[in-house]
Design a protein around this ligand. Structure first.
Ligand SMILES: [Zn+2]
Length: 83
């Protein structure tokens, strides 16, 4: 389970120094991942990119992310934080 008190943005600053980031977050579209579905957390919107909540199962909620992928996309569009 991801930890909302953890500073993922700071971790991302470190990671992008050596990682080749080419993959987009499925929620906010930012290029923040080296590889998809690797349980990394997007530093922009807070989505955890996990294969148990992906495009194949966009309505699964309450797993790594409290929101489902579809709920997270709606929240992001409304300008809300993804949980
Ligand atoms: Zn994102």
């Amino acid at each position: 389970m991801k930890d909302d008190s953890y500073d993922y943005a700071k971790e991302f600053e470190e990671r992008k120094k050596y990682a080749n980031l080419t993959e987009a977050c499925p929620v906010c579209g930012s290029i923040v991942f080296e590889k998809r579905l690797d349980d990394d957390v997007c530093p922009v919107c807070g989505w955890c990119d996990t294969d148990i909540q992906c495009e194949d199962c966009p309505d699964e909620d309450n797993l790594e992310n409290f929101m489902s992928l579809n709920q997270a996309r709606e929240a992001w569009k409304r300008g809300e934080k993804v949980h």
